[in-house]
Design a protein around this ligand. Structure first.
Ligand code: NDP
Ligand code: MG
Length: 412
């Protein structure tokens, strides 16, 4: 078994996460979400280090106006560019004294314009779902540092992102806590030293539930995540273990490590964020409180480890670290994702598209928890593997998989 594939990894192993001297001129995609507001919090703590040149939302314009005002009050922004996707919300932004000053067009045009703004060092992609891919490609073509939280970009378009990164001379720094941990462990290491990766998983709120409890798991049960506070889609993904499945694919794309050499271990405390295993058996891990601002700060500003007001782990109080094997019988999404990852191309697009549709249906109380893996598996069974060479093909496969998944979701 070889642990690495011939394809060049996206994350430059052996390189370093270059420090960008502050203020890092930053565009924040998805400013009103969980990742977005945590990024704003970092800029508020470090106005001299992070300066927001552009912010986007889908529809939450009132929230966005508050964020911009707070940023301007501390000098972390000055009349930033604003993109509002939704057409009605855009009309509201046009009537807002703060947001209307530099308002980009509504729809994807404005979002892509924000992703490609001139005079920017770093683009934080905190969008959720496949909608993040096109902005990722724009930022990569422009040669920006991409602080990438939107893992779906890499799951559905890993090859396309890699090409755009090479063409544009961009750098991708993962924000996902596991991949940030790995990036920090692998920083300055030669690729030959690496043998395998171990991703940790909290196991989610339903970790110890039996089949009957899982069948009856409600939206409220699933949204009560034990360690992380995140947007609704990724919280459901954490409960099904699809999040970890998407992260296995993300790790494969980022670090160029073969699927057989990427292991997953359940670690309920979310203290160890992931581990790199070297060829002499040495394991290197990154530990810390579960706080996404840590990987965000690292991705935006680089290896400087700037000060951050966050909890410190008290190892003496903690006493022990617990690890266990994931149960792929009760949580089949992990296996579905691995299989789709191995097949590559169209299959990872179908996996992600079916997952997005069925998770939205679960959040709308239209399907049960166990319908999630069932509908994804059935969608994948009806999909023929194929390569993906451009964004249009990727989007066409995405639409087709959504159609197949929706056919399998009962209508009200
Ligand atoms: P949220 O749902 O909290 O936020 C998503 C943001 O994107 C919001 O600003 C939302 O606007 C905007 N948005 C949603 N859909 C679209 C669209 N179609 N087009 C343009 N903008 C859109 O998500 P999270 O912050 O939780 O997650 C963002 C990404 O980061 C995901 O890929 C997730 O997997 C990843 N991630 C998140 C973590 C976390 O702790 N939250 C941890 C690790 C990874 P509006 O507010 O108007 O809806
Ligand atoms: Mg993660």
């Amino acid at each position: 078994m070889t642990s690495r594939e011939p394809a060049l990894p996206l994350y430059h192993l052996g390189g370093r996460c270059r420090s960008i001297p502050g203020p890092v001129r930053t565009v924040l995609l998805g400013a009103t979400g969980s990742i977005g507001t945590q990024t704003v919090d970092l800029a508020l703590q470090h106005p001299g280090e992070i300066r927001l040149e552009g912010l986007t939302t889908r529809s939450r314009v009132a929230d966005l106006a508050v964020l911009v005002k707070r940023l301007e009050d501390v000098g972390a922004a000055d009349r930033p560019w604003i993109s509002v996707l939704d057409i009605d919300a855009h009309a509201a932004a046009a009537a807002d004294p703060i947001l209307s000053r530099r308002l980009l067009p509504p729809g994807e045009d404005g979002l892509l314009a924000a992703a490609g703004l001139e005079g920017v060092d770093c683009v934080v992609n905190g969008l959720v779902g496949a909608a993040g891919l096109a902005p990722t490609l724009v930022a990569a073509e422009r040669g920006r540092r991409l602080a990438l939280a939107n893992k779906e970009s890499l799951v559905i378009g890993g090859g396309l992102v890699a090409e755009a990164v090479r063409r544009g001379g961009a750098e991708v720094i993962p924000v996902d806590s596991e991949h940030s941990a790995l990036a920090q462990c692998l920083c300055g290491r030669s690729p030959e030293e690496l043998e395998s990766l171990i991703l940790t998983a909290s196991g989610g709120p339903c970790r110890d539930w039996d089949a009957v409890q899982l069948a009856n798991a409600s939206r409220a049960d699933v949204l009560a995540h034990p360690t992380w506070e995140m947007g609704p889609k990724i919280t459901v993904d954490s409960a099904t273990l699809m999040n970890k499945g998407l992260e296995v694919i993300e790790a494969h794309v980022l670090f160029g490590v073969a699927y057989d050499a990427i292991d997953v271990v359940v670690h309920p405390g979310s203290v160890v964020h992931s581990l790199a295993v070297f060829r002499d058996g040495a394991m290197m891990a990154q530990l810390g409180a579960p706080d996404m601002r840590v990987p965000l700060l690292y991705a935006i500003t680089g290896e400087r480890h700037l000060p951050l007001a966050t909890d410190r782990i008290d190892l003496k109080a903690l006493g022990a670290l617990r690890f266990a094997a994931p149960d792929e019988e009760r949580f089949p999404c992990l296996r579905l994702a691995r299989d789709a990852g191995r097949a590559g191309g169209r299959m990872t697009i179908a996996l992600n598209a079916a997952n997005e549709e069925v998770v939205a249906a679960f959040l709308a109380d239209r399907v049960g928890f166990l319908d999630i893996p069932r509908i994804i598996a059935s969608t994948l069974d009806s999909t023929e593997p194929a390569d993906v060479s451009d964004l249009e093909t990727a989007l066409a496969y995405d639409r087709e998989a959504r159609r197949l998944a929706k056919e399998r979701i009962p209508t009200l």
